[in-house]
Design a protein around this ligand. Structure first.
Ligand code: CA
Length: 409
């Protein structure tokens, strides 16, 4: 199994980037269907392939009869973000005090299931819960797209039809097997669903019935989702007892050229180049082969990462995503924030601070939609207007500086 290729589009945070990264593997020339919401002609063309893919006639008829396209998912597929999120903004929202506290509560609540998962799959509780927290905020953010409709649309329209046909058939087989009730199968526009945002094909390979009711239900059983995530990481090469990595201090002038997660060397080689733990102590040789991860360059937090970081990476094929899970897992074990600050004079905001900033924007008469801690287009537009008024650089970014300025009136 190569999860990074087969599970490209899980968390909402990175799906655009991950979709574009896998565009290159589309190889079948799809039929260009008219931009009509009627999918019946396309479904008729897909039916033989679905039948050979073990989707029964009854399942096919039940779920595809009258199926209408939702072209908003094609807009999402084609969306190119003009606003690039800085790593410190990404991390400060994904690993904030709120998520650490919520995660610790989940560790207690699900202790038995997590202990069982560790015994069976060799993946520790904090790591599994960290994935859950980053993927769906512990089951609070699943996405709202009916999966059969979203995947049916993507199977018939847009740039990745051959890939999404596979996911569409997988979703139908999941319904056919009775794992999840049809009305409950909702998720991201790209088809990731449930507590840990599996794609349907990932579900078919790796989901487990961990609460023993006979169904692998990643929508309504957090226990099934936790077991399935542990299984995912185990199959991605997770090595029990090995840390994902450690934060390190780099010597002045070290060259980062050619270094990265994949360029692994023995710990002794890094020590010989002057790399130390952040407290100045020697590197632990037990980490074995490690690569250097410095997502904001030599002046930001730097890490030596093991093969277990690669397993986290494979969940979503993004290093920033892997680092968010890794760091959240450390925080759940009682660790603190990174020792080295991000190289910015305007640090990012937690979700609580984002909500506070949004509240201040509303008080100033801006229409920003719901105060939800997500700084979308409307929030950024309002921030830009306030930055202009305050004589700050009007970049629309919500950071500590604009929050402090607005708190002061
Ligand atoms: Ca179950």
């Amino acid at each position: 199994m190569t999860p990074s290729q087969s599970n490209p589009c899980t968390a909402a945070w990175v799906r655009t980037a991950c979709i574009s990264a896998v565009l290159a593997v589309s190889w079948l020339a799809p039929t260009a269907w008219a931009q009509s919401t009627d999918l019946s002609a396309c479904m008729a063309e897909l039916r033989p392939a679905a039948r050979s893919g073990k989707v029964s006639d009854a399942t096919w008829s039940r779920h595809t009869a009258g199926l209408q396209a939702d072209f908003s998912v094609i807009e999402k597929l084609n969306f190119q973000p003009e606003f690039r999120t800085a790593i410190w903004d990404y991390m400060s929202a994904l690993v904030d005090e709120e998520r650490v506290a919520d995660g610790k509560a989940r560790l207690t609540e699900h202790r038995q299931a997590l202990e069982r998962a560790e015994q069976r799959f060799g993946v520790d509780a904090a790591t599994v819960v960290a994935v859950w927290g980053v993927e769906s905020n512990f089951g609070q953010t699943f996405g709202k797209y009916p999966l059969v409709q979203a995947l049916g649309t993507l199977a018939c329209h847009g740039r990745r039809q051959s890939y999404f046909r596979g996911e569409f058939f997988s979703a139908l087989r999941i319904l056919q097997a009775g794992h999840i009730a049809p009305e409950r199968l909702v998720g991201s526009w790209a088809g990731a669903f449930g507590h840990t945002q599996f794609m349907p094909s990932t579900f078919e390979r790796l989901a487990v019935d961990f609460d023993g009711d006979g169904r692998a239900d990643l929508m309504d059983s957090s226990v099934d989702a936790l077991g399935s995530t542990a299984n995912f990481l185990a199959r991605a090469g997770w090595q029990s007892g090995l840390p994902w990595g450690i934060e390190v201090k780099l010597p002045a002038g070290i060259s980062l050229a050619g270094e990265g997660r994949r360029s692994k060397r023995l710990v002794a080689d890094w020590a010989a180049r002057g790399v130390r733990r952040v407290d100045g102590s020697a590197l632990p040789a037990s980490l074995g082969q490690v690569g250097l991860l410095a997502l904001a360059g030599a002046n930001g937090p730097a890490f030596l990462v093991t093969r277990n970081f690669d397993a986290l990476y494979s969940y979503n094929a993004a290093e920033s995503y892997g680092l968010a899970i890794a760091h959240l897992s450390d925080r759940l074990r009682g660790g603190g924030p990174f020792a080295t600050p991000w190289p910015t004079d305007d640090a990012g905001l937690s979700r609580a601070e984002r909500r506070e900033l949004q509240g201040l924007l509303v008080m100033r008469g801006h229409d920003i939609g719901p105060v939800d801690g997500m700084l979308g287009d409307k929030s950024r537009e309002a921030i830009r207007a306030e930055q202009q008024r305050l004589g700050m650089e009007a970049n629309g970014r919500g950071g500590q500086k604009v929050l402090k300025a607005l708190r002061g009136g």
